[in-house]
Write a protein that binds this ligand. Structure first.
Ligand SMILES: [Fe+2]
Ligand SMILES: [Fe+2]
Length: 331
């Protein structure tokens, strides 16, 4: 469900046509549908949308027996009503499948959600984080490819999976602190973090878990993962910000990163935030080749060795959070 943000209202309800919500049971829509909130239309569903039994029941229970659509979508509504709805057994099954999928996603994203909900933020910042998290959960729940890829990553490389969750948590908080304005924008950043290392699925376990120095072939293999990530995600609709994060999170401000060696001036701020969080988590998490360091030690290390190629603003925000005791390492 879209968040019911009053800023999304843009037409008069009188100009829209009513549609009985029970007509939507077991059907898919691909046009905008609005709620009537005190005489104003508020966007409820858009794009490809599957209507489950439980959602229809919830709408009815909440007093929304009718949704509204733009007259320009008359043809789509007629086509929709002409289609046969799924039979009740299939519908109940699809409802159960949908619930199972939501539970699966909820479990997959637990590390990220726990950490963000425990960070000490201002109430309005928490509200934005929660809204963005809800949007991310919806995006992932509604995209079987994303669920499969995240599940596969958790099985292929436990470290990469949880590293992605923590990177998302740090990335969300730093983005909010650096002035991210909307929950949709924050959603794009969080999603980028969650899938930034999905290309590790194409890197062998041996290389990912190797405790000795990587040889040239293994290093080449690792350097391909942003490109592999884009390839694995090619059929998932991603915003430009999310795609940039996947493709360029190993680029460096000084131009010495990979896969393209582009410089700071060409990198999005969102990408620089994720690149910082990526390194910060790599330092503070246990790996076969290193012991983790405390948050404060990681910051000192970055200050002494990596500030010329990482984002200074992210470094400063993380410093303030740590000094203010507003964050701690995930359990
Ligand atoms: Fe990476
Ligand atoms: Fe990473």
């Amino acid at each position: 469900m879209k968040s019911m943000n009053p800023s999304e209202t843009h037409e008069n309800i009188e100009n829209l046509c009513p549609l009985d919500v029970t007509e939507l049971k077991g059907r898919k829509t691909d046009f905008e549908l609005y709620l009537d909130i005190a005489g104003k239309p508020v966007l409820y569903a858009e794009g490809p949308y599957e209507w489950s039994l439980s959602e229809i029941e919830r709408l009815n229970h909440d007093g929304f027996s009718v949704l509204f659509y733009s007259k320009s979508n008359d043809d789509k509504v007629l086509q929709l009503l002409a289609q046969q709805s799924m039979d009740p057994v299939t519908l109940l099954h699809s409802d159960r499948v949908q619930q199972e999928q939501q539970d699966r996603v909820s479990l997959l994203l637990q590390t990220y959600r726990d950490w963000v909900s425990n960070v000490d933020l201002a109430p309005e910042q928490h509200e934005m984080a929660e809204e963005a998290t809800t949007l991310v959960m919806e995006t992932v729940s509604q995209n079987p490819t994303l669920i499969e890829l995240l599940q596969a990553l958790s099985e292929h490389d436990y470290y990469s999976f949880h590293h992605s969750m923590r990177t998302a948590a740090y990335g969300a908080v730093i983005s909010i602190k650096l002035g991210c304005q909307t929950s949709q924008h924050l959603h794009d950043i969080i999603l980028g973090c969650l899938v930034h290392d999905i290309g590790h699925l194409k890197v062998s376990k041996e290389t990912l878990e190797k405790s000795e120095r990587l040889n040239e072939r293994e290093w080449f293999e690792i350097k391909q993962h942003p490109l592999h990530g884009m390839e694995l995600l090619r059929e998932v609709p991603l915003s430009p910000v999310t795609s940039e994060i996947v493709l360029h999170h190993h680029e460096r401000v000084d131009g010495h990163g990979y896969p393209h060696g582009i410089k700071g001036s060409e990198l999005l701020q969102e990408v620089k935030i994720v690149a910082f969080c990526d390194v910060f988590d790599a330092l503070t998490s246990p790996r076969p080749y290193q012991k983790p360091v405390e948050f404060e030690q990681a910051l000192s290390f970055i200050e002494q060795n990596a500030l010329e190629y990482l984002d200074k603003r992210s470094f400063e925000v993380m410093g303030e959070l740590i000094r203010g005791q507003k964050v701690k390492a995930p359990a």
